[in-house]
Design a protein around this ligand. Structure first.
Ligand code: C5P
Length: 221
């Protein structure tokens, strides 16, 4: 993407995992490192975009004057931040691995081990941030989603593209070596609403970010 295509565009990026509290010392989380989202944020900022990076709990740092970072912990907090920033954004790239469920109750005190028997945790669904943004998306806004799958990758990615009203979806499979969580590399395919599917080779997350941004730039006017 040339500098001008992203210049002055406001781009919202979600990154990292979410933590859903069980009690004051425990949570339900996932293996997302945030590396892909942070690479995207930095690449967009270098191209002159005004980036809002909503980050779940990660150990990464950003250092660019064009990046406004909002740190959140739970899916609920990420939802609130995303819903308030999206209406003024030109595009959103939803990279975060958001928990689909949270414990119904957060215990105020540390849960003690029972002397016998199983432990039950009742989970309730979180709001789907991507689908919520897809539902309020305007004509001139671009919404990009991710799909990390373990099987039937293309089928699931295409159904998410439609269901969440994405303009395109970035697919990565845990079946590919060097792709997905925690790695410094990724192997993606991009599927858009016209049914075009491009498969990319294994690359660094920085190079993958550039490919995603090039695709985004073709859709931003
Ligand atoms: O359905 P699934 O979680 O696999 O969809 C993945 C896409 O949806 C990603 O872009 C992810 O960031 C987004 N998502 C979200 N809010 C959720 C769950 C997923 O934004 N609660």
């Amino acid at each position: 993407a040339s500098k001008t295509e992203l210049e002055k565009k406001k781009i919202l990026i979600t990154a990292g995992p979410t933590y859903e509290k069980i009690d004051p010392v425990r949570f339900i989380g996932n293996y997302s490192s945030g590396k892909m989202g942070f690479a995207l944020a930095e690449a967009c900022a270098r191209k002159g975009a005004e980036v809002v990076l909503i980050a779940g709990p990660v150990s990464l740092k950003v250092n660019h004057p064009n990046i406004k970072r909002i740190d959140v912990e739970s899916a609920g907090e990420m939802y609130q931040a995303a819903i308030s920033e999206f209406p003024t954004s030109d595009a959103a790239v939803l990279c975060a691995a958001v928990a689909d469920y949270r414990p119904e109750n957060q215990e105020p005190e540390k849960i003690k081990r029972e002397t016998k028997g199983d432990m039950m945790l009742h989970l309730v669904p979180n709001k789907d941030i991507a689908a919520s943004l897809g539902a309020i998306k305007r004509e001139n806004q671009i919404l990009v989603g991710f799909a990390l799958e373990t099987k039937d990758e293309i089928f699931h990615a295409e159904s998410k593209l439609q269901r969440k009203n994405f303009d395109f979806i970035v697919l990565n499979s845990l079946r590919d070596q060097g792709a997905g969580f925690r790695c410094d590399t990724n192997k993606i395919a991009i599927i858009d609403r016209l049914g075009e599917k491009i498969e990319y080779p294994l690359k660094s997350k920085q190079e993958v970010a550039a490919d995603i941004i090039n695709k985004l730039a073709t859709l931003l006017k």
